[in-house]
Design a protein around this ligand. Structure first.
Ligand code: 5GP
Length: 233
């Protein structure tokens, strides 16, 4: 099969029906605007299993997405959407870029959760955007942005409650949204420890891609632990 898009952690192929795509996970990880890159056997299978289950969880809570169904160990079937080049970040606690940018202490809670937008652009290094920038760049209309905000906060609430039951603290996350040919806004991309920051509720140890970013342990062991608590392995 010929890929229609070859990304850093996933490849997209044309799906079996019109307006569908196959999302296939790779075993690669990148960080720091792809400056850092490595391969981790089994990572793709784990991210796929976790993503599928989380998209199914959100659907069961009334939040549809591009996800249709799991196809194989490494892939799922999805509705084809045009990705809006926005990284939609929801934060329940401070860590990562916001601690450096604003000097907020690591671990400080945000109540209500904090929502930020970044421009999905490797050449520009994914800069932070305010709403006026989004409208000036023509990335979304006011109504679309409101829809994106509502869906992102709803997804955070559902995921946070779910992970709390597994003794995992959902610290922050990055969502991507896409538009269907009839203009519907759908949650897209993946939802996995590559895009979520997850801390063990008791030890506060990372169970996510920060292990790779900060070289602090074995990535696959941590991803497998998340999958184990979710009942997937
Ligand atoms: P931060 O802005 O603190 O670096 O990241 C906030 C959240 O968004 C974290 O959960 C992080 O994993 C996610 N995130 C931000 N940028 C990217 C990206 O380019 N790729 C992935 N996979 N996740 C990202």
């Amino acid at each position: 099969m010929t890929p229609i898009y070859d990304g850093k952690a996933k490849t997209l192929f044309a799906g079996p029906h019109p307006h569908t795509v196959i999302v296939a996970f790779k075993d690669t990880a990148t960080a720091g605007n792809a400056q850092k890159r490595a391969t981790f056997p089994h990572k793709g299978t784990l991210c796929n299993a976790i993503s599928c289950k989380l998209f199914e969880l959100l659907a069961a809570h009334g939040l549809p997405s591009h996800y249709i169904r799991k196809l194989s160990d490494q892939s799922f079937l999805a509705h084809q959407v045009q990705i809006i080049p926005l990284e939609v970040v929801v934060r329940n606690r401070a860590t990562g870029s916001i601690t450096k940018r604003l000097g907020i202490p690591r671990g400080q809670p945000f109540q209500p959760p904090l929502l930020e937008f970044f421009y999905k652009s490797d050449p520009l290094g994914d800069p932070l955007l305010c709403e006026s920038h989004i409208f000036a760049l023509g990335l979304a209309t006011q109504n679309e942005l409101r829809e994106i905000q509502e869906q992102a906060l709803q997804a955070n609430k559902t995921l946070r409650e779910y992970f709390a039951e597994l003794r995992i603290d959902l610290i922050d996350m990055k969502f991507e949204f896409g538009k269907t040919p009839n203009g519907q806004i759908l949650l897209a991309d993946e939802i996995s420890p590559d895009t979520l920051r997850l801390w063990d509720a008791q030890t506060k140890e990372s169970l996510d891609k920060d292990i790779f970013r900060e070289e602090k342990g074995d990535l696959v062991t941590a991803y497998r632990e998340v999958a184990r608590r979710m009942g997937l392995v």
